[in-house]
Structure formats: C-alpha cells, structure tokens
Design a protein around this ligand. Structure first.
Ligand SMILES: [Mn+2]
Length: 304
C-alpha cells in the first residue's frame, strides 16, 4: 500500500460495528507508521461508544491531504456523509451495498463489518493486539445482538474466542453496549411503549415517535432502537416499524421483521436499505403522517 495519508470513514451516526472496524484498522495502520485520520461526519457521536480505542481521535473534517479512504459498514455511498474524491476501499457486510468503491471488500455472510476485517487480518497473518481485539469484538457483539441474533453462527463464536484470547476487553464492550442506560432513554422507552399500537391481529407493531416525545423525555434519537427491538419479543409480532420525527425535520424509519418478511425490500420504497430482517430509511420532504400513510399501504399489501 503506497498511500501516505489514509482516512478511515465510519458512517453517519456510527454504531459499534462501523466505528469498531475503523478503530481496529487505525491501530493496524499506526503500527505500520502510516498517517491516518479517523473520520466521521457526525459531530455528536453516541457517547456509549467512547470506550472504543481512538474515540478521542475522531475528526469531523475530511482531511484535504488524504490520498486513500477506507469506509466501514457503509452500505450506501450517502452514508459516508461526504464526497470522497480520493481512491476508496469499501469494507462492508450489507447485502444492499452499492459497491461504490474502487475496491469493494464485501462479505454479505459476515455477521459484522468487524468480521470482514477480522477475516482479512487472519488471512494475511496480521497479529491482533488487545486494542484491535476490543474494537473488533465490539462490532461483533453489537451486530449479533449479544450473540442472540439470527445470523449468529459457529464463525461468530470462533471469532469471539480468538478475540478473547487476544485480550479483548469483553466486559467493557458488554457494559457499554448492553448494560448502560440513561434515565432519559428509559423515559423515552416508557413513552414509546405507552403509545405503541398493534395491527393485523398483533402481527404488526407500530411506534410513532414525535419531537414532543423526544423533548418530554430528553431521550436521543439512538435511544429509540431499543424499544423497537424489544417490541419484536411480543408473541405474534412479525413486523415492527418505527417512524420518528428527527430534530432536523427528516422522518427516520426503522423496520424489523422475522420469518420470510424482507424489510430491506420495504425500506427500498423510501430510498433506504439494510438487511433482510433489519432495515431503515430517511425521508426529507414529508411529514410523519404522510410517510406513515405510504408505509401503511405497503403493510396492508403484506398482511391482507
Ligand atoms: Mn454492521
């Protein structure tokens, strides 16, 4: 690799997988004595992720001197949040990945982007130090939903074993990603469960989150996902949808499903994407009611 200054890109509103993969690569490139910038366009990153190595190195300004960029966990080019004019390597595991890079390292069978990177490190005999192990494990733990998600398999546990042996701080990951809660997040969850409603013989759950609910609870946008995930635990639910009014006026949609219901296809109707059982989208020019009307029609089609 002849590049002199490499930018590692985590996606807009990064999660543990995107930032974990970028963090592990950061350590690797530092060891090679490369000039590296860890970039994410989002200024207020979820502070739960502050345990990740190099969190304090994240920059929100794309460096002008860079001659190579590597994106992690960004299925769509617009998820980068920046126009990239230098050669780009796209590392991801989303089936919907647009293959926008000059090089595309996409493994759709991988449970996390950190697994794609872990595989690449292993193939090349690259030694994984404790910092890298923690970062890679964070993405694995989060994207597998604590090893409970449907994509969890032998490889997930093999990777977990290898990273634990490499001294990943698995307690720090568990605490940050699964055991921490803010009062505001719990209050918001309470509001969401109170206002949630069920359709089609309780096979569909709908959450509508207004700016008023956000303001009343003090909860953040990322806090909404937990309630959505939990509502999938109701006995007959096959589809859970959440529509939220964001502070910037956009409507954010999140979809979860089980069985043979493909929410990635559903999200595509709104220009979104994701995975078969978990997908999302953003709508810029409509209000919550009008987005819901379109979504309701799509749901009617599926469940009539
Ligand atoms: Mn991921």
């Amino acid at each position: 690799m002849g590049a002199k200054h490499i930018v590692l890109i985590a996606h807009i509103n990064p999660d543990a997988d995107s930032l974990g993969a970028a963090s592990a690569m950061y350590t690797h490139l530092m060891r090679l004595e490369k000039r590296v910038t860890l970039f994410c366009v989002t200024e207020h990153i979820n502070h739960r992720l502050a345990f990740l190595p190099w969190f304090d190195k994240i920059r929100h300004q794309f460096p002008t001197q860079a001659d190579l960029a590597i994106s992690f966990d960004c299925g769509a080019y617009k998820r980068l949040g920046v126009e990239v004019t230098v050669p780009l390597i796209n590392v991801d595991h989303h089936k919907s990945n647009e293959a926008y890079g000059q090089i595309n390292l996409i493994e759709t069978k991988a449970i996390s982007t950190t697994q794609v990177l872990f595989n690449a490190f292993e193939e090349r005999g690259i030694k994984i130090n404790p910092k890298m192990a923690t970062a890679l494990y964070a993405g694995l733990l989060d994207d597998s939903h604590g090893f409970l998600g449907a994509k969890t398999d032998v490889r997930s546990f093999e990777m977990a074993a290898a990273l634990t042996a490499a001294k990943a701080d698995i307690q720090a990951c568990a605490n940050a990603l699964f055991h921490q809660n803010s009062l505001a997040a719990l209050r918001l969850k309470g509001l969401m469960f109170e206002q949630m409603y069920l359709l089609h013989e309780a096979r569909v759950v709908v959450h509508r989150v207004t700016q008023e609910m956000m303001a009343q609870s003090g909860g953040r946008e990322v806090d909404c996902e937990a309630a959505l995930e939990e509502s999938m635990g109701l006995p007959h639910v096959e589809l859970a949808v959440m529509l939220r009014e964001n502070r910037d006026g956009k409507i954010k949609g999140s979809l979860r499903s089980r069985g043979d219901l493909d929410v990635e296809e559903m999200a595509k109707n709104f220009g979104g994407g994701g995975h078969f059982h978990a997908a999302g989208f953003d709508v810029n020019d409509k209000d919550l009611d009008s987005v819901y009307d379109v979504l309701e029609t799509i749901i009617q089609e599926e469940f009539r």
